[in-house]
Each structure stands twice: as structure tokens, then as C-alpha cells.
Design a protein around this ligand. Sequence first.
Ligand SMILES: Nc1ncnc2c1ncn2[C@@H]1O[C@H](COP(=O)(O)OP(=O)(O)O)[C@@H](O)[C@H]1O
Ligand SMILES: [Mg+2]
Length: 570
Amino acid sequence: MVDVGPKKIIGEIVRLEKGEAVIQVYEDDTGLQVGAAAESTGRPLSVRLGPGLIGAIYDGIQRPLELLYQQSGAFMEPGIRGERIDPNKQWDFVPNQEIAEKLGRKEPVAIKPGLLLGSVKETESITCKIMVPPTCKGGTLLELKGAGAYTINDVIALSDKEEPFSLAHWWPVRMPRPSARRLAADKPLVTGERVIDIFFPLSKGGAAAIPGGFGTGKTMTQHAIAKWCDADIIIYIGCGERGNEMTDVLTEFPHLVDPRTGRSLMERTILIANTSNMPVAAREVSIYTGVTMAEFYRDMGCHVAIMADSTSRWAEALRELSGRMEEMPAEEGFPAYLPTRLAEFYERAGRVETLNGDEGSVSIIGAVSPPGGDFSEPVTQHTKRFIRCFWALDRELANARHYPAIGWLDSYSEYAEEVKPWWEQVNPAWAVVRQKALDLLKKEQRLSEIVRLIGPDALPDDQRLILVVAEIIKNGFLQQNSFDEIDMYCAPTKQVRLLELMMSFYEKAAMCIKLGAPLVQITALPERERLSRIKSEIQNTDTASLDDFGFKMKKVMEDLERSYRSKEHL
Ligand SMILES: Nc1ncnc2c1ncn2[C@@H]1O[C@H](COP(=O)(O)OP(=O)(O)O)[C@@H](O)[C@H]1O
Ligand SMILES: [Mg+2]
């Protein structure tokens, strides 16, 4: 990292050649002159990690935007820094009792990366663990300060070899933080969006992409996940999209309540804003800044989810920077190392055992906005190689106002097998109804092509029933309005139960038709229509009403079936 010119704007050395350094500056470089001094800070581009990150809003190089606003107004001046974490705030430090006692008995305490020194309560819902940084090379602990109020710059522990420890430390953004080992991705990140959780689930520690053309719902989907998913911490990176989308987050999140803790959602969120009108170079770094912060909390045993909106704008920044360095362009002008950079980003997702022996995870959800909604362009194609969950947004669905517009034929998730045991504990029917519903939707696709050619009347009743039930699944299950009071979040139990009810309706109806009942008699049942509305009528917690409906529906259908069986007898 380099301070450039009299204003000391932030720059990074991006190429070293024969004693000559090429520096990329991350701020507006207007007024910079030939002959201006550039001074190395002696460390790679880094972020400061410690308590106080939660609830903050940063730009791509961790400048605290709120603080800068108070200092210099709405327009950032080049070179202005502001402390990355408030240096005056006092935190209540609670030392690790075990270590304190050992030191009290004059027993030696060996230090190693990840050793827990103590903790501070960062927000009501997040406890920040203070640990020996991963770069530590060993030694013994000489002193651990007692409980009390400390700022992030105060010394809290001393060792014989390392620098004194404080509540915060620096970490280079482009270097993944180490962990003890990787764990299987067999726990789902529950998002409360039915089409995601049931059909295309994402694991804690997984990576997903949401590609879609303009206005198909990438931002809305990410917002919905950020609001409701069961991660402990959300890091929302707005890279290169319009500023008002970040404003939405800023105005909405403080008022929203975390369903698990009952506290404001901002108490578990960090925002990183590099909107389209901010310097393009910092946009390139912003996603690394975000992942580094995510790994910091992962190392404390938190489950972190990152939203990046959008990785296409990030790739465009990469293209711009590469162009300036006169590198040989590859596909569509993107640099040849685009796939490597994408891999470096997505590879940092994962569920791990931390150095301290806890379990933590980083899940990454990246929006991709291919020009013209054409998924064959390089960013979407390369992204596909590094993610295992693909939520393809469909223009036709979005136009029909079917939201979330995640197409069920083009999307996929390779985590489905891994999260199956978890879901089967919620409801043993998960995998079965999921597969049946997906098959039914595939059949519907083929049938609707025939219908387009020759009209619905040519189909026999059992096939028309498939169209009817597919309609129920689309309206009553796949569609989920982010603005609906009840349906904005759907609890896991309700999700599986809803689909189970729909599939059982289908099976019972198919039986009746086989016994000779006409389709109209099935479609006239009030239960058919009710199935499409239940999602926004019955509360998440109200399993009794759902069971009650299921019980009544079963009775009605079985009565119908019985009446046809007796006719068959005659
Ligand atoms: N899940 C949803 N529920 C309700 N409306 C939605 C949903 N997803 C998208 N929309 C509608 O689509 C519009 C565009 O969505 P947005 O996420 O901004 O698109 P993108 O980020 O892909 O350009 C939103 O303003 C909203 O009206
Ligand atoms: Mg958007």
C-alpha cells in the first residue's frame, strides 16, 4: 500500500518491473502531478479487523463513510482517511478465565494462532472473540490484562516474541485467512425463500450466483436473503450498482427485526458501498475487503453470508484497470486472469473448523448482471465453474411478475444431496416431495408446448391435471412476494408442509381421475384455490391451521375417491 502525492491518496502496487512500480490509486487522482512523491506504507493493502465493524458502512478500501460524512460532507475528498474503527470507543473486555488463572499460578501459557484471549460484546447479538492473530509465530504469554474498558489501540496482552496484542489487528485483503480444516457443506443456509430452500438449496459455506438481466430481481432476492437468512452476520457489498439500492438497505435494515434475536438487523450487518459513481478502482478491492471481514467473523465461530451486487460490475472494474495497464485482453476485453480472480473470490467461501476449534462458515452469494441477460457471456460462464448453486433469473417470469423470478428449469444446486439429512429432520418428506414437484414441473413444460400447438382440449384429463397442479405450485409455492406481511419469510416447516400438501392433492386427484372423476370436479373443489392462497394466510408458527387444512383436504379428496370407487363397483 502506498501513499501517493501531497494529499496522500491510497494506492496499491499492482506491478513491479525492473525496479519500477506501477501503482493503482484507489481515489480520485485529479491534480496529481509528475514528480509527486509516493511513499510505501510497508504493508500490503490491508483492513483493520476488530470490534466496531458491525453496523458500519465502509467503502471498498474500508474508509468509514458515516464518519467522513460528518467530517467533510457528502462528497469525499481524496486522501481523507478517517479511522477505520472508532479509536475512542471503549469496549468491555472479558479475559479468558482459564488463561488468567494459569498466569496467576505462574504457569507458562504457549501462544498459537487462534488462541482465545478474551471477548467483548460488540452488539447485543454479537460477541467479538479476541484471539491471537493467525500470523503469530509462537512464544509464551507474559501478561493478560484484567477485565475492564479498553479501546482498540490499548494493549490487552503481552508475549515474549510477538508485538503487544490489542483488540484489533491488520490483515491483507488479498490473502485468505487460514483455518484448521475444511468441513462438509451439509448444513443449509436457510433463506426463507421457498424456491431456494427446497428446490435449489445453498449450504452454509457454499457459493451461489444469481444471474439475471436488468430488473429481473437480483437485488430484491439478495435483500430478501440478507434480511431473513439464518446467518449470524451479513456483509452486503454494493459494488458498482446504483446508490439508491444501498440507500434502501440503509433505510430499511435498522427498522427490520432479526427474527431470531428480536434486535435490529443492522446489529448483524456490515455494509460495503462502492456504488457506480464512486472510484472504479476501489470497486475491484471491495469484494476482497468484504470477504476478509467475513473470514474474521468466521474465525470466531460465526456463520457469515456475503452478498455481492454485482460481480459483473466488479469484473468491469477489473477490465478497466487491466486496460490501463495495457495488458492483452481476452474474451470481450476482460483480462485473461478474470477466471483466476473469480476463483480466488469464490474459493474463500467454505465451512471450516477454525484455528480455535470452533465451527464457522462464509457463504457467498454473487449477483451477475450479464449484458442483455445473455448467460453465455464470460463473467456468467466463468462464475459457473466456481459456484455450485445457480439461481437463473428468468426474464419471462419477471415480466409476468412472477417473483422471485428464479427459473426452475435452468437453475440448479449441487448442495441438494448434502443438505438432505438436515431437511429430513425438519420433515422426512423433503427429498421425496421436492423430486416429485420438480418432475411435475418438467412434465408441465413439455405439455404446455403441446398446448401451445393444439390447445388444452386435446389433452386427456390426467395430463390436464398436471397443468392445474403446476399452476398451484407456481402461484402457491414458487411465487413469494417480498412485500407481503406473512409471506416475505417462510419457515422451513411451513415450506415443506406446503409442498407436501400440494403433492398430496395431486396424487389424490390423479387417483380420482383414474377412477373416472372428471377434471372439472377436481378444479371446482375450494381446496384447489385455497392451496394457492395458504402461503400468505397462515402464519409461519401456526402449524395447527396448516395441519387442520391438510386434514380437511384429505377427507374431501378421500370422500370423492370413495364415491367413485363405489360407482366402479356398480
Ligand atoms: N421477490 C420479489 N417480490 C416482489 N417484487 C419483486 C421481487 N423481486 C423483484 N421484484 C420487483 O422487481 C423490481 C426490480 O428488481 P431488482 O431486484 O431491482 O432487479 P435487478 O437488481 O435485477 O435489476 C423490484 O423493484 C420489484 O418491484
Ligand atoms: Mg440490482
